[in-house]
Design a protein around this ligand. Sequence first.
Ligand code: NAD
Length: 495
Amino acid sequence: MLTQDEKPFAVPDFIQGSKKNLIGGKWIEAASGRQIDTVNPATGQVLCRIAGGDATDVDRAVSAARQAFEGEWSRWTPHQRRKLILKIHDIVLDHFDELALIETLDMGAPLSRTTGLAEWTSQVLQFFASQCDAATVAAPPNSLPGDFLTLKSLAPVGVVGGIIPWNGPLIGLWWIFGPALATGCTAVLKPAEDASLSVLRVAELMMEAGVPDGVINVVTGYGADAGQALAEHRDVDRIAFTGSIGTAQTIVRASAGNLKRLQLELGGKSPDIVFADADLDKAVPGAAMGVFTNSGQVCVAGTRIFVQRSIHDEFVERMTEFTKTIRVGDGLDPNTQLGPLISERQLERVMHYIDLGGGEGAQLASGGNRLGGELASGYFVEPTVFSGASNDMTIAREEIFGPVASVIPFDDMDDALQLANDTPFGLAGGVWTRSLSTAHKVSQNIKAGTIWVNCYGVLDPAIGFGGTKMSGYGWKGAREHVEGYLYPKAVYINL
Ligand code: NAD
């Protein structure tokens, strides 16, 4: 690991003291005065404190968002909103080195990953800028007797509550603010208590770019306090939630009071299927990084790697070799490929699953340990490969959200599909093959929202991704996402 003197950066000024909530254009402490320590997972040290918001802060933020929604903002033209998003794009990209550093310090992902998000951020903002005319009015012909003009339009739903997890705040925040700005909605965002800093800094930059007061608001705090209050609030029209299934179920119940619209993007246990005819030079690193990227803290991680029996042993051997070359360390080191897990709690959870895998009879082909030495104070786990796993083991059924892969053999395509679909989740999946026919058949028959063929995890905001089954509903990116922030409206005019 690099020493402090060797590190090619200075800790941003932003990471100091106590951060406040953004409510109605002002930075305000939590009404309760409560604060939460925010910890660098690479060192276990406290970086700074964020506001411990609760129902009072959420109520203030929702009022500010409602006032903004009904005020001047509602008269902004699509062209004005597009210009605003493009201005945000420029300011955010100008500050991206700082944002990447904040994200790395706050949630552990290596700089090699967080700086790489600049290009994606540019794409996502340009995509939402292109969607500002989504509410365009059309006058379709009608079949009514008499002389009628019918108008169809889409109107913004109102105040949107966004609740996002810690595994990629610099990605998650745009899935809320992007469509809100494009459609003329307003938003209250509750980032995860473990990683709120980059969201707060982006919100500051967005205000600098000229977002009107109250159009975006950020309330930090624990899920049971601020998150629950947002989900319950009667003046929130839509909740866009990304997180775990258990929390989603709580949110569904909490949102029933005013029948909020819901978008739920949840977890997965995605299958990645490697056929005997696959190009293993690509499939081995592709499938490995499909699980290990972001230290496995990725909703679409291809954690169940099904390998055709005839190449199973060779695949395991090559994956094990590849896994041993992955550099795990402090994300500030430019050579690091995998950083720490987000928290001690998550580390314990992942180690528990690793113990369980061994106990259930899977063989540890690689990894399996917490890293010590100079990394001992952080939450580092070796990338871990289990071979000889079966689809009914706990490690193959539950989302671990850590760098743990289970390699499971299969015989033929039917067998692979049966195993792949034998899961309550339906978020994503992958297939590695040289056969066009196999690629088509498998991708059509995996019951999941997003399938990658001979690649894993690529994402174009204009195409988007989403899940089915217990992985939730709603679509991130593309026109479908934007339309979720709008409701259809018909006007019948008797001429
Ligand atoms: P989590 O459900 O514990 O927390 C997510 C967010 O919900 C946090 O902001 C948290 O504070 C908040 N929250 C917690 N309890 C709440 C409550 N009672 N009411 C309202 N909000 C509450 O999830 P996590 O462990 O932080 O994140 C990991 C999960 O997120 C994994 O399951 C992962 O697969 C999923 N995820 C899904 C996607 C996707 O797009 N499908 C993307 C990233 C992560």
